[in-house]
Write a protein that binds this ligand. Structure first.
Ligand code: 5CU
Length: 370
């Protein structure tokens, strides 16, 4: 039997979330522009800055962002058997604390129902009401196992507002560990725009997406490691977007800096009890293969093991720039590049490539419903 292809990095905005975006005039929001032209999705911090002409327009938003049938069509076009769908950024981070609880429930229920409408094709990562009090977040985590298709949660790097090394997050990590819910850690906030210099707008979204996003993830997970999250919650599972940013490449330097720092002082810094970066990479971390190169996939497989790297597409982001009339069915370069990278990274080791394409996700995320 041919092995299955599973996409673990694929997003959706359920219709009630799109309605909220349409009702807003501050980022994040959806803006209608010229009649007959698609609405624009403005989500990234500062993306509506009128002085940045190239990015202030956001990106076109069409049904591929909210119509689950479009996801299934995309899967069929690209040979994807199963998708683990997740709310796209900025999730529920921008909501008032009073709105967050209700919307988290609604969004998680809506996404689980989408899965139910396509049994065997879809599973889900839920979203957390991170602006609500921590008891509310924990309550939602304990509700997630009642949703038939939900296997984890997606979240950004801000946590409760102070990043993922915030000790206030411990009850959240504890509940996720207890419920065996994988965290899909995904960037949104990027880096301060000053680091990209005065010409940044000339380069469209290239700098924030190619470098800001992966560095944001790298810093966030490094802060989790340094603050001992994985020492306190040794069974916590974290899937890092974009192959862990630069973590696989920089893990050695990080470990070396830890060993040479006389002032690194948390209890987790004690040499005998501290878990090494390498141990955490091979035990707690999963890496998606959304890195678009053989080199990147190989680095991920060396850092965490080929049995912990998982195919993804980032659909519906990165569509072809121009679809010719009647050509909606064309394959997306962003997807074919990732397929090619996996094929080339493993060469004759076809079983490893197949595991990355689907077997790892089925095993690690328990993608069965019996
Ligand atoms: O193109 C983009 O801005 C994005 C985004 O915001 N989120 C994502 O997952 N991929 C691309």
């Amino acid at each position: 039997m041919a092995s299955k292809v599973v996409d673990v990095h694929t997003h959706v905005y359920p219709p009630q979330y799109v309605s909220i975006l349409k009702s807003r005039s501050k980022v994040p929001y959806v803006r209608d522009t010229t009649p007959g032209q698609p609405s624009r999705l403005i989500i990234l911090p500062g993306e509506d800055d009128p002085s940045s002409e190239s990015t202030a327009k956001g990106r076109p938003i069409g049904p591929e962002y909210y119509d689950i049938n479009k996801k299934i069509e995309f899967m069929d076009t690209h040979g994807i058997d199963i998708s683990v769908i997740s709310l796209a950024n900025p999730w529920l981070d921008f909501l008032d604390r009073d709105e967050a609880k209700g919307l988290a429930r609604d969004v998680n229920d809506a996404i689980d129902s989408m899965c139910d409408a396509h049994p065997g094709r879809l599973f889900a990562f839920g979203a957390l009401p991170l602006s609500a009090p921590s008891e509310v977040i924990v309550e939602e985590i304990h509700r997630l196992p009642t949703l038939k298709y939900t296997r984890g949660i997606i979240m950004g790097t801000s946590g409760l507002g102070n990043g993922l090394d915030d000790p206030e997050l411990d009850p959240v990590y504890q509940a996720l560990e207890q419920e065996n819910m994988t965290i899909f850690l995904h960037p949104h906030y990027g880096l301060p725009k000053e680091v990209f210099g005065p010409r940044a707008a000339d380069y469209g979204h290239v700098l924030p997406l190619a470098l800001g996003f992966p560095l944001e993830t790298t810093i966030a997970v490094t802060r989790m490691i340094l603050s001992g999250v994985f020492d306190r919650f040794p069974k916590l599972s974290v899937l890092l977007a974009h192959s862990g940013g630069t973590l696989p490449f920089l893990a050695g330097r990080l470990e070396s800096c830890i060993l040479h720092d006389a002032h690194y002082s948390g209890p987790e810094a004690k040499v005998e009890s501290r878990r090494s970066v390498w141990d955490i990479l091979k035990t707690n971390i999963l890496l998606d293969a959304v890195v678009y190169s053989e080199l990147g996939v190989r680095a991920a497989a060396i850092a965490s093991g080929a049995d912990r790297v998982l195919f993804g597409t980032d659909h519906p982001f990165f569509p072809p720039l121009e679809a010719a009339e009647g050509e909606e069915e064309q394959k997306w370069l962003s997807v074919t590049t990732n397929y090619k990278a996996i094929r080339e990274a493993f060469g004759p080791e076809k079983e490893q490539a197949e595991a990355v394409l689907g077997g790892n996700a089925i095993r690690l995320l328990r993608l069965t419903t019996d």
